[in-house]
Ligand binder design. Structure first.
Ligand code: 6R9
Length: 657
């Protein structure tokens, strides 16, 4: 294999990687003990899920979930509506904890937690069950029941997972909001979902500082019309947390004193489990809806297949529960599978750049699942931080959130994996609920930069502009042509957008929003988004969302936002703005960045803001983003525009066209 377009676009600096034509087969040692240990095993699972999906998923669901009442039909599918395991009753919190306690595995450690300041806790499955039940009992006292939405804005503490699973226990719907979002963003999400209860903590530790979460929530609650109560965990301490009487209650007052006996409620398979907001191609984040049984099964099986889970593994996913990766691969997948999970609260470089490796060594982590943006940061920080630690416990490495460039892949493989650990590059989305394409570590020879092959139940198609399947070598839009249990069930409150966004381009098929190509070995290479979504440090952002935030500043007339390549973040945010007659200086620049931070959150703050007197537009008035992407990336512009730094003249030039 010569350099692929996917490789080339990453522009790595190690030449031998770009012309890499080796495959990295799993070692015989790994393959011998793997959950899926032969290609034939994978092929027969894949064929069964494709050709006889009902029989396949019936067996999977019966074997891997607990059923209070059996289901009838396996799947009813009329695009865009999928229903799975019709009429059955199960409960995700039961599957995550009670099932293990009932089976005599209650003393196994479920969560090993370490806080940023170094405090530690472990919770067995039995202890976790009790904590979840207590929290669910408190919810009921606070008037929360089946179908109510609970917004969770918390640091990465065990209570965050407990709060999620307590919702699942009684049929309430959680909406976790990443604790870096602004008060505005929280209020938008609360209002969109009609959240009734909000859960937060007094503060959050970040690189040794305390961020006042409750203060942000107070601001959000002023604009959240439906929230009745706010439950507050004491995390950072101090006496200065304002509590509004009648609305705010402390976790230690209402949760800790509960008996912890509430059983999991039998819930119909399609009972909404959670909403998770993610950015799409328009300005407003959409609430992706997942339901109970199908999602839970998908999270569990994909976890077991891809991470080759064994009973004695210490598994660590470094994501935050505020993203889908945390939902599926910190909470629902690993806990349903009965895994022991490490959960870490803080930053990878606090108190020093070796914090992750210190944790791997200390807890003898065997499986590590992280993001390419983190790997690139580790490379930048230097090998000496890694060299200080014994990482020999590791046996498997995972990657998620964006494509991993071959240079980072090689470093991860050699430096962290000691050349012996397979890397699973997992491609999936908030919408898909769980991993869709990934190597299976016991059998799939890997190619740096490719997410390799689809998992059983995933039937990818590569199509052209009008939806016809194309010669996949050149690439096209990536669709999934059969429903799978973990697929999204809707956009909260917006059925029209659900169809338009995902099922219109190719009727009856799920449109992923990514471009992909398939090589001669049947390996998939994700080539990036087809819409206006950018991927900053593995986080999805809509360019329009950032533009809306910018134009809400009184001195901004118009704004265009594009992604530009960035060595660390994958993509950085570049903004072009036209302004009122206010003087352009550093103060204004800072104010604008801060404004976006306030509107959306720190992760959306533009890296560059360029002022211009006009934006280049097509004659139909569309901003020429492609051109701006070139300008932002410092690429040479084609033809007459190549020497023009002033966008206004580009704009004028376009007008004359
Ligand atoms: C799980 C998650 C989804 C988008 C997706 C794609 C990009 C994720 C990737 C990848 C290439 C991978 N993406 N994993 N691209 N290779 N292994 O990240 O969900 O936040 O919804 O983002 O991220 O563009 O469409 P989400």
């Amino acid at each position: 294999m010569s350099a692929t377009p996917a490789d080339a676009s990453q522009g790595g600096s190690i030449d031998h990687v770009l012309t890499e034509d080796r495959l990295f087969p799993p070692s015989a040692e790994f393959a011998k003990n793997a959950v899926i240990s032969t290609v034939e095993q994978y092929e027969s699972l894949y064929a069964a899920a494709r050709d006889t999906p009902d029989a396949f998923w019936r067996d999977q669901a019966n074997e891997h979930l607990h059923w209070f009442e059996p289901f009838g039909d396996v799947c009813q599918w009329e695009a865009p509506d999928a229903k799975w395991f019709i009429g059955g009753k199960t409960n995700a919190s039961y599957n995550c904890v009670d099932a293990h306690v009932e089976a005599g595995r209650g003393d196994k450690v479920a969560i090993i937690w370490e806080g940023e300041p170094g405090d530690q806790r472990t919770l067995t499955y039995r202890e976790l069950q009790t904590e979840i039940a207590k929290c669910a009992e408190a919810y009921e006292q606070l008037g929360i029941g089946e179908g109510d939405v609970v917004s969770i804005y918390m640091p990465m503490t065990p209570e965050l997972a407990i709060a999620m699973l307590a919702c699942a226990r009684i049929g309430a719907i959680h909406s976790v909001i990443f604790a870096g979002f602004s008060a505005e963003s929280i209020a938008d999400r609360n209002n969109d979902a009609s959240a009734k209860l909000m859960i937060t903590s007094d503060g959050l530790y970040r690189r040794g500082k305390v961020l006042p979460l409750k203060q942000t929530v107070d601001e959000a609650l002023e604009k959240s019309t439906t929230v009745e109560k706010c439950l507050v965990l004491r995390r950072t301490g101090g006496d200065d947390t304002p509590m509004q009487s009648g609305r705010d209650v402390w976790w230690h007052d209402v949760v800790d004193s509960q008996p912890g006996k509430l059983p999991a409620k039998p819930l119909e398979s399609e009972t909404p489990l959670f909403i998770l907001y993610t950015s799409g191609s328009t300005g407003k984040p959409k609430g992706i809806l997942h339901t109970t049984a199908g999602y839970n099964l998908w999270a569990r099986r994909t976890f077991e297949w891809v991470f080759d889970h064994r009973d004695d593994d210490i598994y660590w996913c470094t994501a935050d529960c505020g993203w889908i990766t945390g939902h599926s691969y910190i909470v629902y997948g690993p806990l349903t599978a009965g895994a022991t999970c490490l959960m870490y609260e803080g930053a990878p470089n606090h108190p020093a750049e070796d914090r992750f490796w210190e944790l791997v060594e200390k807890y003898k982590v065997t499986i590590l699942y992280t993001a390419p943006t983190a790997v690139r940061a580790f490379i930048k920080w230097g090998d000496e931080h890694v060299d200080k630690h014994d990482l020999s416990s590791l046996r498997l490495l995972g990657s998620v959130g964006e494509g991993i460039n071959p240079e980072a892949w090689m470093w991860y493989h050699e430096k962290i994996g000691g050349g012996r650990c397979p890397i699973v590059d997992t491609w999936w989305q908030t919408e898909t609920g769980g991993i869709m394409m990934s190597p299976l570590p016991g059998i799939t020879p890997t190619k740096p930069g490719s997410c390799t092959k689809p998992l059983p139940g995933v039937i990818p198609k590569i199509v052209d502009e009008i939806g016809n399947e194309v010669d996949s070598e050149n690439g096209g839009k990536l669709c999934i042509s059969q429903p799978w249990p973990g697929m999204l069930r809707g956009i909260w409150g917006d059925p029209k957008r659900f169809v338009e966004q995902y099922f219109m381009d190719v009727p009856g098929q799920y449109l992923t929003g990514d471009n992909a190509r398939r090589d001669n070995d049947g390996y998939y290479w994700i080539m990036g988004r087809i819409d206006d979504v950018i991927n900053v440090s593995g986080h999805r952002l809509s360019t329009i969302e950032v533009e809306s935030a910018l134009v809400s500043h009184p001195n901004v007339c118009e704004a265009a936002v594009v992604g530009r390549p960035d060595d660390l973040k994958g993509q950085a945010i570049a903004a072009f703005v036209t302004t009122t007659d206010r003087e352009i200086n550093d103060e204004f620049l800072k104010e604008l960045k801060l404004h976006v931070r306030k509107q959306i959150g720190a992760l959306a703050q533009p890296d560059d803001i360029r002022f211009t007197s006009a934006l280049p537009k097509t004659r139909s008035g569309k901003i020429m983003r492609r051109l701006l992407r070139d300008v932002a990336a410092g690429r040479e512009l084609a033809g007459d525009t190549s020497t023009l730094e002033d966008l206004a003249s580009i704009a004028q030039l376009q007008e004359k066209d």
